[in-house]
Write a protein that binds this ligand. Structure first.
Ligand code: NI
Length: 173
């Protein structure tokens, strides 16, 4: 197991489209484990492979609260089979846009098919925080960030601040 470095926006790696995995083999399982460890260590609830610089359709999610048992989910090649017409608004953040949050509107409920850690085909129906989180992570596989789903005014403000803090960090090192 290893902690992986997380790309911070703006970064071209976060705008690229990820490729499907052929199957969930030992290599993909190792990636899933490293991603889960990286996500937990960064106190996130979801992480997509492009965020650690790997353009594969792999995401990990765990929306359990600190005082609950972990509920880790490992998804390869996730596909939305169905999305509800009704939408919900949730505040979202992202490990690639640290310390920035915004309300994002998405379908309230989705059904998703994916390959699990054992390469078995599974389906999950999710709403609430889990539904939001899975949709947010699946967006990363298309090179879409949550800020791409909010007003350009707010998006540009967040991206400007991220550029500024990257520059400050580069100057300090
Ligand atoms: Ni994210």
């Amino acid at each position: 197991m290893a902690l992986l470095p997380i790309l911070i926006a703006p970064d071209p790696g976060l705008k690229a489209k990820a490729k499907p995995v052929e199957k969930v083999d030992r290599g993909i399982r190792a990636l899933m484990n490293d991603m889960m460890e990286t996500m937990h260590s960064a106190k996130g609830i979801g992480l997509a492979a492009p965020q650690v610089g790997i353009l594969k359709r792999v995401i990990v999610v765990d929306v359990s609260a600190a005082d609950e048992d972990p509920q880790p989910l490992y998804l390869a090649n996730p596909e939305i089979l169905w999305a509800s017409d009704d939408t919900s608004l949730h505040e979202e953040g992202c490990l690639s846009l640290p310390e920035h949050f915004a309300d994002v509107e998405r379908p309230a409920r989705v059904r998703v098919r994916y390959l699990d850690r054992e390469n078995e085909i599974r389906e999950i129906e999710a709403d609430g925080m889990l539904g939001t989180c899975i949709q947010h992570e699946m967006d990363h596989l298309e090179g879409t960030l949550f800020v791409d789903r909010i007003s350009s005014l707010k998006r540009n403000m967040i991206l400007r601040k991220l550029v500024k803090s990257k520059k400050a960090e580069a100057a300090a090192s």
